[in-house]
Structures are given as C-alpha cells and as structure tokens.
Design a protein around this ligand. Structure first.
Ligand SMILES: [Zn+2]
Length: 406
C-alpha cells in the first residue's frame, strides 16, 4: 500500500513538474527544435549557453552536450526516451543554414538616398498609454499638470521614428495603431489564470488581489504575447525596435517622487536564471532564441544605437548591480543581457531601448512642453521635443548599423 501511495505521489510530482509554465504560456512543442539540427557546433552551443543565456551554469541541470549532440530534458526527471536529441555540426564549415525569415545586414540592398531600402522594421511602443496608463501603473501627475504616461510617450516617439525610417526607405509597421491594447482579451476574462497564479504564489485570493492579478496578466502578459505572436506570425520583420522610457520608483502617482537622474540602456535577451528556467516554456524559448542566432547582431545594433543616442543626448549608462537580474553584454556599458518576456518571445532580432527617466525633473518639464518643432527653453538648456530627440537618435543609430551616416 505504502509503495502504491509513493508511486502515486511520484506521478503527481512528475505531473506538476511537467506542467510548470509561466502564466498564459502554451506547452512547448520540443520536437520543433529539430529544425535547428546541425546548425551549430557543440563548442558554440556551450559558449552561448554559458556566456550569454545561462551564465549561472544551471543549463547543465537539463542539457548534456557531447561533440555530436545536445541531449535536452524537456522536464525534470524525464525518462530517457522523452529526451530530445539535437544533432550538432562537427565544424563551423559543416553548419547548416539557420532557419529564419529575417534578412541580415549583408543581405540588404540599399538604394541611393535610401539606406534602409527593403528593410522590414516593426516598432513596438511599450505599454498601452491613454486611459489604460493608470491601470498599468505607468502614470503620474503633479497637481493639475499634464499626466506623464509611458505608453503615450512611446507611441508619440514611434510615430516620429516611423516617419524617419520610412523616409530612409524602410518598410515600417507599428504594433499598435493608437493608445490601448492590441489583444482582445480583457482582465475579467483572465480570472481563472489570476486565481491559479495567486495560488502558485501561495497568496490568499482576496477580491482586490484577484483584480490586480487579472489586470497584471492582461497588460503585462496577454498583451505582450499578442504583440509577439503578431510579429512572429504576421509581420515577420528583419528587425524589431521596442521603445521604452525608464523611471525611478515614484511612489504615490499623485505625489510622485522626482529625481535629478537620467540614463540610457539597451536590453538584449540573455542572463536567464535557474529560477526562471524552472518554467518549461522559458527553457524552450531560451533555446529558440539561442538557436535563432540573433544575439551577435543585436549586440552590434544596440552598440551603434547607444553610441548615437549618447552622442546626441549625453545620457549616461544605467548600471545593474545584481547579476541574477542582468549582466553586461559587451564592453559597452550601455548594453545588458536580461531576460524579458518581449525580447524572449520575439524571434527576429530585437533592439530594446530604455531611455531617460520619466520622473527626472528635466524630463517632467519636457513632457509638460509636449511635442513641438524646433527647440524650447528647458531650464538653462535649449532642447528639442523629447519624442523627436529619441526618434532622431534611434534613426541615426539604425542607419549607422546598416553602414551609412545621417
Ligand atoms: Zn517600459
């Protein structure tokens, strides 16, 4: 009897482990990784795992690399017959072409006066903005001031950037056509998932907590999944640019704390931690990212963007101090490897910009001035509209990456 109970218990634990997924994630189809058979050598695979994607070394818990193959366990303690055997190329020269729809720089054909001709770019203005900004906690105001909304600011920036990139020949799409969500899901439809999440976190399900969790799953998870799906399946661009404005904790949004600190950094998919990789979908998407081989290109692009942005604005780099959260991606202090949902789910190369600090005093003043042509006095400086400055810097960096100067 005891033995039977023990077996039932083991089966129960195995089922739990097999189904450990992040909220709203689909169970991965591990066999689809076979598309990448013989596209990478054992040495490169191990190097990318150790140096970029899982520098804490925890990939060894579920991947075994031999010169011929990578043996990948889809879930903890999976029986050997469930393991995925991915053949590895015997040398760089023997590597098969990586399956991808995006063009690399060497495959682009610029035209005179159109340095970005034929390049398909998706702009993703982060967050929702407008009437949704309070719910997504990307909103503050001082007294009767104009409200500061990240999702509105990123959208204005995206529209300026789209205009500039189109003038340079690029085929540009924006993930949203206005302020608000792209997913048709709404918080109330995510009640079951919200309760499941709270239970997983061992938190009592009060009505307030359920509501907050429904909202977070809506704007932070469902919306990002929906945008990534559209990018991966419909838009299929050569490049994605995610636009964000950074912030310091502002506390009460009606009496926000202001700072004198602006900064800039670029986030590149990587630095997955052992805790994050407990989830089966995270392990799978991390491998899709690694095998898609976009990292090097994204580092080069982000490097050009950081240089252009810093030269135009003088913004200093942001520094993370916890390696479990982010690690430097190169010797450029503006570039960080970090595991974010958007950069992980989007398969094409993603440049992810985090610029300024919304609750910096000067930025707050610039937001109050709105979007304008030319320059305005901000304190003792004469500055362009923050949205146009951001768009100009990104357009300049992208053009430089593709081998031209603006
Ligand atoms: Zn943001």
């Amino acid at each position: 009897m005891e033995k039977i109970i023990f077996i039932v218990f083991i089966l129960f634990v195995a089922t739990i482990s097999a189904e450990q997924l992040t909220p709203l994630a689909q169970k991965p189809n591990w066999c689809s990784l076979q598309r990448y058979a013989n596209t990478i050598t054992a040495a490169k695979f191990e190097q990318d795992l150790q140096e970029v994607y899982v520098p804490d070394g925890s990939w060894k818990n579920w991947i075994t690399i031999t010169p011929e193959e990578a043996v990948i366990q889809p879930y903890p303690d999976a029986p050997p017959e469930q393991a995925l055997h991915l053949s590895l190329a015997s040398s760089e020269a023997d590597c098969k072409t990586v399956p991808r729809y995006w063009k690399r720089k060497s495959e682009c054909e610029p035209l005179p006066g159109k340095p970005l001709a034929g390049i398909k770019i998706v702009l993703d203005p982060g967050h929702l903005g407008g009437e949704w900004a309070k719910m997504e906690e990307r909103w503050f105001r001082i007294g009767t001031s104009k409200s500061v909304e990240e999702g509105t600011m990123t959208f204005i920036t995206a529209r300026h950037l789209a205009k500039r990139l189109r003038a340079l020949g690029a085929d540009v799409k924006i993930t949203r056509c206005g302020l608000g969500p792209t997913t048709s899901l709404r918080p109330a439809q995510l009640r079951a998932a919200a309760i499941q999440e709270l239970k997983k976190e061992k938190v009592v399900c009060t009505p307030h907590r359920v509501k907050k969790m429904e909202e977070a799953l809506f704007y932070r998870v469902a919306e990002i999944h929906h945008r990534a799906d559209w990018i991966n399946k419909v838009a299929k661009p050569d490049l994605v640019i995610c636009l964000h404005y950074d912030a310091e904790e502002w506390g009460n949004p009606k009496q926000p704390k202001l700072f004198n600190e602006q900064r800039l950094h670029f986030l590149i998919s990587g630095d997955f931690s052992e805790g994050e990789l407990i989830n089966e979908d995270v392990r799978y998407t991390m491998l899709i990212k690694l095998l898609g081989r976009t990292h090097h290109q994204v580092v080069e692009m982000s490097d050009d963007l950081a240089k252009a942005f810093a030269a135009d604005t003088g913004l200093p780099p942001f520094t993370y101090h916890n390696p479990a959260k982010a690690r430097l991606a190169s010797d450029n202090p503006y570039l960080w490897n970090r595991n974010l949902l958007a950069t992980r789910l989007i398969k094409a190369p993603v440049v992810y910009c985090e610029a300024y600090v919304m609750n910096d005093r000067e930025v707050f003043e610039r937001v109050q001035l709105g979007d304008y042509k030319g320059r305005c006095q901000v304190g003792n400086k004469c500055l362009p509209s923050i949205y146009r400055e951001y768009a100009d810097a990104v357009a300049k960096g992208i053009t430089e990456y593709y081998g031209n100067k603006l």
